[in-house]
Design a protein. Structure first.
Length: 363
């Protein structure tokens, strides 16, 4: 096990060196951007925004870090002829990859168990902090087993919206009821409709019934029907989805319960389910990137086009990463089954790496 520990330690040191380098570069770039976006804030406040953003930014580029760390390690091993010595001792080069692959798997599992909840907490805090500094407000939203609750409002009062269910993108509400309240909390009117569709600056209600809830008035006696009714709104689809909660803001261990709650309430949880499965598949994808990078850069450097090998490894890793993201989008849109969209690219990448290694391995 001495050889395995040696390769594992070298790979971990390479991974940490690339990690520190990338964090410093991203931190400096983000600091310059945030200083330009918030010139009125103190330096400490801007630094706090940057530090809250760094975990999420780093978590997104872990596949890139894994590629660069693998390429750096195996190039050093090739230049020092350590891989040649390994083969000359009668061991297969695949044996030398077991430890780096195990370290990559451990990093992926640690990121899943610890990194994901940390990123969810810091990303949500960063989002709320930036919104508070920018003066932006967002609607309140609550999901319950009986349906969906929304709140919109302004200086003229508040409107509470209830819907039995909605479309997957939350742009259309089915069986909605609108409750208007004055600034002092007094009810003004109630509107029930068949559907409510969010358009530019208003809800467009179909087959609506309006009750006037002012004092000394019989609401039912004065109720009226409207085939179409426009209710002004400052909400947008993005703001509703933002209040709904991005999958990145929910820790991985809380996602199954959240998905069950959405489905019980009659809403589509596909966006969250595909994120959950993609996160579970992340360690497999990291191992695949290590194998692919090793296969293209672990050969002897004498007489080899090292630059072309490195470029090929990086481009292939990036290509597989973008294929994975594309499959993720197809899964969100319902064009691919959730498990296929989340697991097929990582597993295929793993087999591609093994195939290249078995083709090139001569030991």
């Amino acid at each position: 096990m001495i050889l395995e520990r040696y390769f594992g330690r070298r790979f971990f040191m390479s991974f940490m060196a690339v990690t520190i380098t990338m964090i410093v570069i991203m931190g400096l770039i983000d600091l310059m951007d945030e200083l330009g976006d918030f010139p009125e804030l103190a330096f400490g406040q801007v630094l706090g925004i940057v530090l809250l953003k760094l975990p999420e930014a780093y978590y997104e580029i872990i596949p890139l870090v894994m590629i660069l760390a693998s390429v750096a390690l195996f190039l050093r091993l090739a230049r020092s002829s350590e891989m040649v010595v390994l083969r000359a001792s009668g061991r297969s080069a695949l044996r030398g990859l077991l430890a780096p692959a195990a370290v990559a798997l451990a990093i992926g599992l640690l990121g899943l168990a610890v990194g994901n909840p940390l990123v969810a907490a810091t990303a949500k805090r960063h989002h709320d902090l930036v919104n508070s500094y920018s003066g932006r407000t967002y609607s309140d939203l609550a999901i319950a087993s009986e349906g969906l609750w929304l709140r919109q409002g302004g200086t003229a009062g508040q409107t509470v919206i209830y819907a039995a269910r909605s479309s997957s993108d939350l742009s259309t509400l089915y069986g909605p009821s609108f409750y208007d309240f004055a600034p002092d909390g007094q009810p003004l009117r109630r509107i029930s409709a068949n559907t409510a569709r969010l358009e530019a600056g208003a809800w467009l209600l179909e087959d609506a019934k309006i009750w006037d809830l002012a004092e000394n008035i019989n609401p039912e006696a004065t109720a009226r029907q409207e085939a179409q009714l426009s209710v002004p709104s400052d909400l947008t689809q993005d703001r509703i989805l933002d209040s709904f909660g991005s999958p990145e803001y929910i820790p991985i261990w809380e996602l199954p319960k959240f998905i069950d709650q959405l489905e019980e309430a009659g809403f589509s949880a596909r966006r969250y389910a595909i994120w959950f499965q993609s996160e579970l598949a992340q360690p497999v994808f990291l191992v695949a990137l290590v194998l692919i990078s090793a296969a293209l850069t672990m050969g002897h450097t004498r007489g080899a086009n090292v630059g072309l090998s490195v470029l090929t490894a990086v481009l292939l890793g990036f290509g597989l990463h973008y294929v994975r993201n594309f499959a993720h989008i197809l899964g969100e849109n319902g064009q691919l089954p959730i498990l296929l969209a989340a697991w097929a690219p990582p597993v295929a990448s793993l087999f591609i790496g093994l195939g290249i290694l078995l083709h090139l391995e001569d030991g």
